[in-house]
Design a protein around this ligand. Sequence first.
Ligand code: ADP
Ligand code: MG
Length: 909
Amino acid sequence: MGLTPMMQQYLEIKESCKDCILFFRLGDFYEMFFEDAEKVSKELELVLTGKDCGLENRAPMCGIPYHAANSYISRLVNKGYKIAICEQLEDASASKGIVKRGIIKVVTPGTYTDSSFLEDNKNNYIMSLYVDSNKNLVALSFADISTGEFSCTDTQYDLSIILDEISKYNPKEILIQDNLDDKICEQIKERFNVSFTRLPDQMFTTDAEETLVSQFSNFDKGEYTDTLIKACNGLLSYVIDTQKIPLPHINEMEYYNIVDYLTIDSNSRRNLELTESLREKSKKGSLLWVMDKTNTAMGGRQLRKWIEQPLIDKKAIQKRLNSVEELLNNISAHEDLKDALKEIYDIERLVGKISSKSVNAKELISLKNSIEKIPAVKNILSSFKSNLLNNMYSNLDELKDIYEILDEAILDNPSISVKEGNLIKEGYNKEIDELKTAKAHGKEWIASLESNEKDVTGIKSLKVGYNKVFGYYIEVTKTNLNLIPEGRYIRKQTLANAERFITPELKEMEDKILGAEEKLVNLEYEIFIQVREKIEAQVDRMQVTAKIIAELDCLSSLSTIALENNYIKPEITNSEELFIEEGRHPVVEKMIPSGNFVANDTHINTSNEQLLLITGPNMAGKSTFMRQVALIVLMAQIGSFVPAKKAVIAVCDKIFTRIGASDDLAAGKSTFMVEMWEVSNILKNATNKSLILLDEVGRGTSTYDGLSIAWSVIEYISGNSKLKCKTLFATHYHELTKLEGILEGVKNYSVSVKEIGSDIVFLRKIVRGGADQSYGIEVAKLAGLPEEVINRAKHILERIEKENGSDINIEDISNLREVAVDKVESNEKENSTEVVVEESIKESAINTSVKSSNVSKNTLEVDVSMQMNFADIEKQNLVKEIASIDVLNMTPMDGFNKLYDIIKKAKSL
Ligand code: ADP
Ligand code: MG
């Protein structure tokens, strides 16, 4: 027994794409065989069947209908698989023997372009990484095939820089050299959910320069390093290899220098929740969530890039700020602008589709409708004077010629399929019009035939109909058959209670109509392709327009948030001072009831106020304050107004944060190791223009170790002239407050707390001076720890404080236990939490309209809601979790697991 010819063909093709799942087209299905079938049937929960393949055992097989393939492909790609699409390359009926088949496209996570499954506001990047270990250089290049963006950079080899760049772009797939050190991949994999594709070295090196010259209109030979050229070539070759068609929209290579942008290392990006929240990994709760008020998909993607890449050039920042201000001062023009932007579709991705020849007529109409709005945009821009808006005005190509082509050629409401006719407008092509007339004339003739035959035969119920098998026919019911004159009709088909007939004239007209129809469909398709090609030739112009619209939309968004959230224009300087008056955390202020956020001032520089040491109990607001400072700086450097009353921002070169890394536990590292790794990275890379946030450094180890490390880190930063940078240091080690006065530039601050009886209320106000107490036990009480435990802790604490550093006598403390339990009962009445809460509710009810800066009364109101006990928070989290379940995108198995998970959580509450 041998393999069937078809199976031989299958295996030959499969041999050429071993790392892919092969979608093998058989009639109306894509079939998968062998391991592919087993894998896919599991992943997508498809039925696994078998097919005779000529061998003893049937080949495992599963299949999907071709018209539903897109959603299956998207699910597989999301899981990191690559799919090779193999089509029949000739008409099955025309071929002798086995139909010719071949791979027409390979879909991979990084080259996926189906816009119905891609997120509008997010690019889908593929990246290549090329390391030249002899020269100690590394080059990175990134592309989004759906939009045509292609950018690249190179630098001295440094893993942390590679990680930072990856975190900026979040690529779905990374191309690497075959022989690249596994360790690098592991490090990347540990942090990012990305698939790797190893390419043979020649994919990077062969004809590198020639490939780039022929693809990019702006590629200058001799201007780039060899390493960079190889990285770009690898990426481009892979893209061409998988798409298998030319991609004219990838026509510009954008080189950028990493140091031209604010450096934010990958941990800080996560910690500061720039584009997604730490816990839920959702846009909600991130800076992007607050800042994104864009009206176009292009603008949404661009804004994300702006947030990922804040500027460091004072002039460039000021230009953006001035334009935001101008929009803000012209509210009505800005409203008109927003209205126009809302009507503009994703020109970038439409252009990508035109380039890859997958665009349909409906999408060309979307393009036309978008272009239609551009003159209005240009008109609004004409009244603006700020540099950026004015340049946009000058450079905005209204694409009138493209509009005209589309308007003349394509029907306003064309078919989705380009192979069913109904695409081209009357008057665009003479032959099409003639065919349409012929078709219409034929139909009229047939319509008149019906009334004619009714008259002749006297049969009122006679009708003319059409079906695909028999074409046009005359139908007469059985009861009327006797009325038909002898020999008038030819019998064609018998139904239960009617007969169908034809006449030679009817068949002749039918041939004419059907002939015209077929010709029409073909000709309309042909003309459609011509129109598409005409437009394709203008791809670069449309891209320039799209880019301007995207950036304009970003400026508009910045202006919108400034207005809505009451932001102010920061003053940007190249000095050493950072001064923020009544600053707010842009995200937290939106997450809590409006007006409840307590604003705080910040004054920090590189000399006498260089390191702010912030103490205060847990939950007081230390971390929030520190992040707020970093986010305000970051927003300012994006060119955005900021949440403050006044802000003077010295441009920073880098922002570093070391903030609780609980989520790194999942990556298998001990928190303390991660903490120290991050701190050492900061100490090595910060400069005196950087901003550093250190939150509870040393917490991950024993008290004395931690304290000593924190202490020496502070000494190192403030004593090192190269490093002497603006630093915010939050700590619960009160001992460190002694450093003020000893180390130059160290200043103590604390978050104020009000004691009410034995309870505390957080005032959220940052004040000068160290905190005198840690209030750990009070916080524990707020968290709902049993009264007995709380009281016991108090007694232990009292005792330890009495011993004051001398050796603690554990036995003594143990003996105190009984006394403590006794005391609980007598204390219970006096120390009731409820009393305090009730009081503060009363107080806040009287003061409903207190301003946010009015601390004393207003915060009491905040705190009632804020200080709910932890079980309530857990319950709320569970509700949130349930609300966020996306059932439609889950497999039944995932759904079941989730349900199980939720029930478990609910039971534990
Ligand atoms: P810490 O770091 O001191 O433990 P956090 O900064 O995590 O405290 O703050 C705890 C909570 O207090 C935050 O989740 C936030 O809801 C609230 N909070 C913090 N700062 C403020 C503020 N300035 N105004 C209002 N609420 C605040
Ligand atoms: Mg904290």
